[in-house]
Design a protein around this ligand. Structure first.
Ligand code: NAP
Length: 316
């Protein structure tokens, strides 16, 4: 494998794959590094229905496969490896990876985010035995069973809708009175007779013997603590950015990377795209857009670096 590249993209979700497509199409020697299967969080989507121009809902796996195939068709290379560090020396970035050292003139961080945990007793213990963070992956195991969904954002509402196709005993708990999710989703939840909504309610404990059997819920300002028998707990309470490779790049208090409108971070030549960066709205379409902008501006940056190198005096 070539060790010196124009552009290296870290992360193979919608943002990274879009960046790879745009980078390769701009004739950059483009390498995308991903430690898992390409696709990122989009892989978990049952039916993607709000991507412009795609009328029939498409499975997240199929959509991701198309992104990957398109990026590779334009000439991007995909490497299965973990990046352990990114540093900068002069105009070059040096990436240490499990497949060796790679140098690049620009780097796009598209490392995404990881799901948050509630942090209550039983959550870690029952992971894989009733506690899940992926309805598409684990929902079918609980067909017809009692399922509890935690969260009040788009993910919780989307996933509760999905789970309600598998069971008519879905309870959605949210810690506040009002949902954070888009109104259209909330309306669908409210009108779904298979979903029972419990607001101002928090999970205090997840209980069971070999697998989840019940949760301890607390209705804030209401009936206090009570047990609810459930077979599964699906947690969708947001995510934390995977920004540890961003070095000295400026982040917000949540750890998300700050970029300008060109997706460039506070480190020249280091770009960020998708869920890892500060953004008011996180969608597949915004991730793809971030990736395209980042690759385009990385190409301009790389042109500048190459022009500087070409005009530098011999030996410098
Ligand atoms: P989110 O929008 O950050 O919502 C997280 C929800 O979890 C909030 O309602 C929050 O409550 C609640 N929460 C946070 N910490 C909690 C805790 N410790 N205990 C209980 N509840 C807690 O996260 P998300 O729903 O994962 O969405 C992330 C991004 O992806 C958003 O930009 C979203 O629009 C996007 N997304 C879009 C779609 C779609 O368009 N169909 C689907 C999925 C995700 P509070 O409201 O009280 O803060």
């Amino acid at each position: 494998m070539k060790q010196e590249r124009d552009l290296v993209i870290i992360g193979g979700g919608a943002a990274g794959l879009s960046a790879a497509q745009y980078g390769a199409r701009a004739n950059l020697d483009t390498l995308l590094i991903e430690e898992m299967a390409p696709g990122g969080q989009a892989l978990l989507i049952d039916g993607l229905e709000n991507y412009p121009g795609i009328l029939e809902p498409i499975n997240g796996y199929d959509f991701s496969e198309r992104l990957r195939a398109q990026a590779e068709a334009f000439g991007a290379e995909i490497l299965s490896a973990s990046v352990t560090s990114v540093s900068k020396s002069g105009d070059r970035f040096i990436l240490e990876t499990t497949e060796g050292r790679i140098e690049a003139l620009a780097v796009i961080l598209a490392t995404g985010a990881v799901h948050r945990h509630i942090g209550v007793p039983g959550e870690e213990e029952f992971q894989g035995r009733g506690v899940s963070y992926c309805a598409t992956c684990d929902g079918p195991f609980f067909k017809g069973k009692r399922m509890l969904v935690v969260g009040g954002g788009d993910a919780a509402c989307d996933e509760a809708m999905f789970l309600s196709k598998l069971s008519d005993r879905v309870i959605l708990t949210h810690r506040r009175e009002a949902f954070r999710a888009q109104k259209s989703l909330v309306d669908r939840i409210l009108n779904n007779p298979r979903i029972e909504i419990r607001l101002n309610t928090v999970v205090r404990e997840i209980k069971g013997s070999k697998k989840v059997e019940a949760v301890v819920l607390e209705e804030l300002g209401g009936k206090g603590l009570y047990d609810e028998a459930v077979d599964a707990v699906f947690v969708f309470i947001g995510s934390d950015p995977k920004s540890s490779l961003a070095g000295s790049a400026t982040r917000d208090e949540a750890g998300s990377i700050l970029t300008d409108e060109r997706m460039e971070t506070s480190v020249t030549g280091l770009f960020a795209a998708g869920d890892v960066r500060v953004s008011p709205f996180r969608q597949i379409v915004t991730a793809c857009s971030d990736g395209a902008v980042a690759a385009h501006c990385a190409a301009l940056h790389i042109d500048g670096v190459k022009a500087g190198q070409a005009s530098a005096p011999q030996g410098s």
